[in-house]
Write a protein that binds this ligand. Structure first.
Ligand code: DAT
Ligand code: MG
Length: 154
């Protein structure tokens, strides 16, 4: 759809590797609007709910441990703009870095599926769920109008 929101998170490996700024820049420069951001060490319950659809997969325990162990925070964000859910996935690249195109974020910055540095919602429905899960308190997502918005969104 036209203007929509998606949940993007730099995972602990991306934070450890100092990639937060580069990732934020890519979304800013593409023309998207940052409407929420925070560093957080998620609780086990939050991580398990976030990845609930993967509960039966063999890597689930390791995935939750890596997201929650506090060796670095997750930098959680909400980005808004035209087609940002699908566009965000395209910018991030395929889950397995062997398949992510070299120009994508994963294709540029990582080599291992278990340390693929960034998360992005895979559908409008997932985005709605994930934004509520990570930024559910009133006022955590901020409505504002960039001065140049009309040039991006016309
Ligand atoms: P994505 O993050 O691209 O939405 P996903 O939802 O299928 O991918 O999986 C969530 C995360 O789980 C993924 O980013 C990394 C981890 N993961 C997925 N498949 C994996 C595998 N085969 N081995 C280890 N980790 C895996
Ligand atoms: Mg996913």
């Amino acid at each position: 759809t036209a203007s929509e929101r998606t949940f993007i998170a730099v995972k602990p490996d991306g934070v450890q590797r100092g990639l937060v700024g580069k990732i934020v820049s890519r979304f800013e420069e593409r023309g998207y609007k940052l409407v929420a951001i925070k560093a957080v060490v998620p609780s086990r319950a939050l991580a398990e709910e976030h990845y609930a659809d993967l509960r039966a997969r063999p890597f689930f325990r390791g995935l939750v441990e890596y997201m929650t162990n506090g060796k670095a925070p997750v930098v959680a964000m909400v980005w808004e703009g035209k087609d940002v859910v699908r566009q965000g996935r395209a910018m991030i690249g395929a889950t397995n870095p062997l398949e992510s195109s070299p120009g994508s974020i994963r294709g540029q910055y990582c080599v291992s599926v278990g340390r693929n540095i960034i998360h992005g919602s895979d559908s409008f429905e997932s985005a709605t769920k994930e934004i509520q899960l990570w930024f559910g308190k009133p006022g955590e997502v901020i409505d504002w109008e960039p001065a140049n918005w009309v040039w991006t969104m016309a």
